[in-house]
Design a protein around this ligand. Sequence first.
Ligand SMILES: NC(=O)c1ccc[n+]([C@@H]2O[C@H](COP(=O)([O-])OP(=O)(O)OC[C@H]3O[C@@H](n4cnc5c(N)ncnc54)[C@H](O)[C@@H]3O)[C@@H](O)[C@H]2O)c1
Length: 251
Amino acid sequence: MSELNGKVIIVTGGASGIGKETVLQLAAKGASVVVADYNEEAANKVAADVEASNGKAAAYKVDVSKGDEIKALIDWTVEKFGTLNGIFNNAGIGLVKPFLEMDPASYHRVIDVDQHSVYYGMYYAARKMVELKAQGTIVNTASIYGTAAAIGSFNYNAAKAAVVMMSKSGALELADYGIRVVGVAPGFIDTPILGNDEEMKKALGAQHMRGKLIQPEKVASVVVFLFSDGASAINGQTIPVDDGFLSFKTK
Ligand SMILES: NC(=O)c1ccc[n+]([C@@H]2O[C@H](COP(=O)([O-])OP(=O)(O)OC[C@H]3O[C@@H](n4cnc5c(N)ncnc54)[C@H](O)[C@@H]3O)[C@@H](O)[C@H]2O)c1
C-alpha cells in the first residue's frame, strides 16, 4: 500500500515515542519523512531504520522552541525532497510542578516547547506550502490535558489547550489554500516521556477503559489516517486517542 507515495512530511519529535512510530508508518505508506528532533543520534537511527526497510527518511537536528530553527528545517526539507506536503508538530515535554511552585522559567519552558513550537511549525510550513502551491495537511499533538485539568500541569494544560484552538483557528485561515489542520489528543501513551516509575505508569494506565497505557503505534495510525485523503473532511478538530479517558470519571 503506498497511498502517501510522493508526499513529503516532517515529523517533529520523530526520534522517540509517538513521533517515531508515526515516522515508521508514514514511510511504510510511501511518504518521504524528515525525522526532526533535538536528539540527533536517536533521529539518525530512526531515519536509518526507515532506509534499511527501503523507505525514504532523513534526520534533522532542531530545537522546536526556536522559530528560526523551524524555518531552516522547512527550507532544508524542500531542498532535500523537492516539496512539502505536511508537518506533524509533535515534539513536546512535560514539567510537572504544583501551581505554587510554577515559577516563570518552568511555565515558559513548557509553553515554548509545547505551544510556540506548534505556531512556528504551522506558520513556516503553511507559508512554504502556499509558496509552492502544494496542498497539504498539518497535524498537531495536543493531549487529553488540553481539555481536562490535572494537578501539577498548569503549564502543560495551558500549552495543550492552545494547541487545540490553534488547530481550529489555523484550519479556518488555511482552508482556502487547500491546507487542512487537525489535532490529535492522546491519552496516556507508553513512551519515555512518562519516565520509569512502573507503579505510576500502572496507575496512569488504569484511567483508561482497557485499564492500561495506550501503545504509541495506536496514536501513529490515527495520525497517518489524518494525513490521508480518507480524512479530507476532518478539519479543525482535535481527535482524542484516549481509550475513553475523557468519557468517564472513574471506571
Ligand atoms: N506519552 C503520553 O502520555 C502523551 C500524552 C498526551 C500527549 N503527549 C504528547 O505527545 C507528544 C510526543 O510525546 P511522546 O509521548 O512521544 O514522548 P517522547 O519523549 O517519547 O518523545 C518526544 C520527542 O520530542 C523530542 N523533543 C523534546 N523537546 C524538543 C525540542 N525542544 N526540540 C526538538 N525535539 C524535542 C524528544 O527528543 C523526543 O524525541 C508530546 O507533544 C507530548 O506532550 C504524550
